[in-house]
Each structure stands twice: as C-alpha cells, then as structure tokens.
Design a binder for this molecule. Sequence first.
Ligand code: SF4
Length: 538
Amino acid sequence: MHHNEDADTDAETINEDVAAASIDKQIEAELAEFAAEEAERLGLKRDQWVEPVNQHFVRSQRDTTTMLVSGLTMAHDKLVCASFTQLGYKVEQMDSPDNAALQFGKEFGNRAQCNPTYYTVGNLVKHLVGLRDDQGMSTEDIVNNFLFITAGACGPCRFGTYVTEYRKALRDAGFDGFRVMLFQQQGGLKQATGEELGLEVNREFCIGIVTALMAGDCINLMGYRLRPYELQEGTTNAAIAECHDIMMDTFSSGTSVVRGLWKCRKVLGKVKVDRSHPKPKVSIIGEFWAMTTEGEGNYELQKFLESEGAEVDIQPVVNWLLFMVWENGYDTKQRMHLRKADHNAKKALGDSNPTKKLWLLGVADRAIRSIFQTYAHAIGLYGYHLPDMDEIAEIAKPFYDNNVRGGEAHMEVGKLVHFVEDKVNHMTVSVKPFGCMPSSGVSDGIQSIITAKWPEAIFLPIETTGDGAVNVYSRVQMMLFKARNKAKDEFDQALEQSVMDEESFKIKLEKSRYGKYPFWQPAHKQAGVATNLVYALS
Ligand code: SF4
C-alpha cells in the first residue's frame, strides 16, 4: 500500500513537470511570435546581408579589360604594371592617392574607417568618376571594361575589410558591379562556367610581383641615399625617372632585371654628390601604407624632411615579405607542439610536416634576401642590411607580444629599439593614420615605454588626418632641430677623435673612392654618413 502511494506521487510529479515544460514552450512560442510581429511592425526584420560580389573575369575578356593598379610608391606601381603587361594583361596605373581621393573615400565609404581606407578606396572612386565625368565614358563601359586589382588579407585590423569597403563605396558612387579582384581569392584554373580565369595567379604572376617590388625598393632606396647630397638640385630625381623608364622596359619585355638595374647604376653614377656635411638621418616607420605612400596620405613627409635638410631612411616593401615568412614560421613552431591534432583552424597544420614547412620557409627567407642583395648590388646600393626578423621579434617581445598581429604587429616597436641601440638614425617619425587600431596601441601606447627606457631616442609620432599639415610640419621641424644637433655633435666628435678638421676631411674625401663614387658606403659606426666617412678616412 505504502509502495503504491509512492508510485502515485512520482507519476503526479512527472505529469506536473511535463505540463510545466509544455507551458514554458507555449510561452516561448508566444514570445517569439510577439517579437517577430513587433520587429515587423518596427521595420527591424532584416534578412542576413550578403555582399554581391562580381568576380567575373575570364580569359577572353583580357584584351578588352583594363586592370587598374595603385597602392604603393610610384616606382613599385610602375614596375608591377610593367610586369603585368609582360604577362599579357592590359594595365593602367592610377595616381598616388591625394586629399581629393580622401574626400571621395569619406563621401562614399562607411563611417569610422581608418585613413588609409579612405585614401585608397577614394582614389579608385575618384579615378572612375574622372573616367565618367571628364572623359565621358559610360558607367556601363567602365564596369564592363575595367577592374581593380589589390592584395587582400584577413586583417585582423581593418585591412581585412578593405575589399568590402571598395565594393560598398563603388556601389554608392554609382559603379555597382565593378570588379575588385584580390590576389588571394584567385585560384583554380577554371571559372564555374568552364572558361579559363582572366587573372591567373600562377608562378610567373607571383614572381613578377615580388621581383617588381624588390627592384622598386632598390630604386627608391638609391633615390633617398643620393638626393640629400646631390650637388645640383634635381639631378637625382631626373636620374630616378630615367631608372623608372629603364626598369619598366625591362619588366614589360621580360628581360633580365639585374641587367636593367646595372643600366640604372650607370645613370645614377652620374649624379654628383657631396657627403662631407652632417645631415640628420630620419627613419619613417608606422602603419604600412601611411609610411610607404609618397603623397598627401602622409603630408608628403619624405619630401618635407628632405627639404628640411634630412636624409630619409624609408622602410622597403621587402621587409613586409620577410615579416610574412617570419610570421608563418613563428606560428608553425607554436602549432607543432599542440597536444591535439591541428586540423580545423584556418592556419591549421593538418597533415603537413612542420619540419619540412619550416625548412621551406627558411629557404624562402634566404631566397628573398639573396635576390634583394643581388638587385641592390647591381644598382649600386651597397651596405644595405635587411632586418633580421627573429631579432626584431625578440627585442620587441618584452613590450609587445609577438602573437599580437594587425598593422605592423611588433615590428614598429622592435625597429625603434633597434634604431636606438644600433645607432641606425638620429630621429624616428612614426606615421599613425587617424582611426588606425594597431597604431593607436603602438605609437601612442607602447612607444612611450620605449622612449622612457631609451631616453636618447628622438621619436615623433604624427597622426595623419589629411588636414592640419602645418601643425605636423612644425612638430617635425621642432624635433628635427634636436636631430640636427645630434648629427653635428656626432660628426664633431668623429673629427676630434680622428684629429682632422673639416677642411682636411673634405680634401681627403674628394680624393678618396668615397668622394669619387656616390655608391661607396663607409662602414657603419654611427648614424650619419658624413660621420662614418670621417672614421673611414681617419
Ligand atoms: S593598420 Fe591601421 S590604418 Fe592600416 S589597415 Fe589596419 S587599421 Fe587601417
């Protein structure tokens, strides 16, 4: 009897639970229905947004399709275009982004983007508007016969969303369906229709880009080395322009890059220089695009510094290639020790052999360095050292975690420490674009720890908003005053140690190979070339 009472109580409890669950479900259903009705009534019901992407570019369209290229320096863009021409593409180089491009970017882009997004996206819109409004081309012709080619990435900063920004701005500017092609998206040999791809990202394509970038770097570096010391104003720029033409011919005809650079060396060798005066050496670092561009995107900072009597130390694009190799190696070394199989993540090692992968990355690193040095020596760029990426990572590590990526990752921090410790320059300017996520953390945040620990560093972060150029210039001038003094002190000290006065040093220099050939670089002891020449001749 007692047993049956217990069973009845259990059954009742179960029935009550079932009833409660069904009431809960009913309430939830009613709530969901009510929420849907309200969303509908308030106009909040939206389908998932799917970006319409037009990637249709097939081989048969190659002759009638112009690929627009822009993004780096003039030298890089010109040589990349020439390399594409050699591969059979029709290309056109766009102008360097200016403040008018920034306005287009702001008008048609999303709010709260970083400045380089506005400049680069706006530059494309500006170009297309020019084709339509100034050259009278129809929108249909522009959309059908042009496309823009750019490099893509997954971010983690806004760089990952650039491509979507391009498409959004183009759509809003009236160029709906305009094709923006990413290198990384191309792959496979056939389109879904069975037609061959218009843009083939194959071995030749990649080698063409990489070699064009490295040759562009060498030309730029030579320009920045000679220009501050030229005896006759304008001779370096004229020689550099000639080098651009020589190398464009070289790349578009597919002839030897080394031979082309050797021809450039002869042109550059005619530039007469006087390196007997100390000049402040100023490195420009910061966000990749902002420090690289030579236009209004960074207030033409390189030109301004040179006009103020500085020698500018630019960061070549090849550093970025080396960083990508380093990044891959670093991640592989970490992943290979994971306890569980590494299959699902985007960068998963899967079944690949990590030791082999690391070996291949080592080969890639050495190959990039040796091609670069071959090019550098061919054009006369002696004594230029590419940074050791492991070393930069190591010195940056205590202040900026090597796992934090986006923007320049730890590189900006590592470079500043390296510049001070190894006496690379007299001053460092960091270009921080307005609205840049990584730069806010690095230039404003971490670098203040570095300058506190290395107080001898003359460091100036500047923010690029597109306006307020006078403000930026005056801040640069103030810091440059200190850098100029530093360069002069270092030079005077070298003369004193070498028991030479300025006049006897000048005479000695003129007679030496360093004085006769602008390519000869003295061994590195201090930041300034004049100081190093004193030591070399003492
Ligand atoms: S690094 Fe800064 S400026 Fe450059 S894409 Fe990322 S957020 Fe923009």
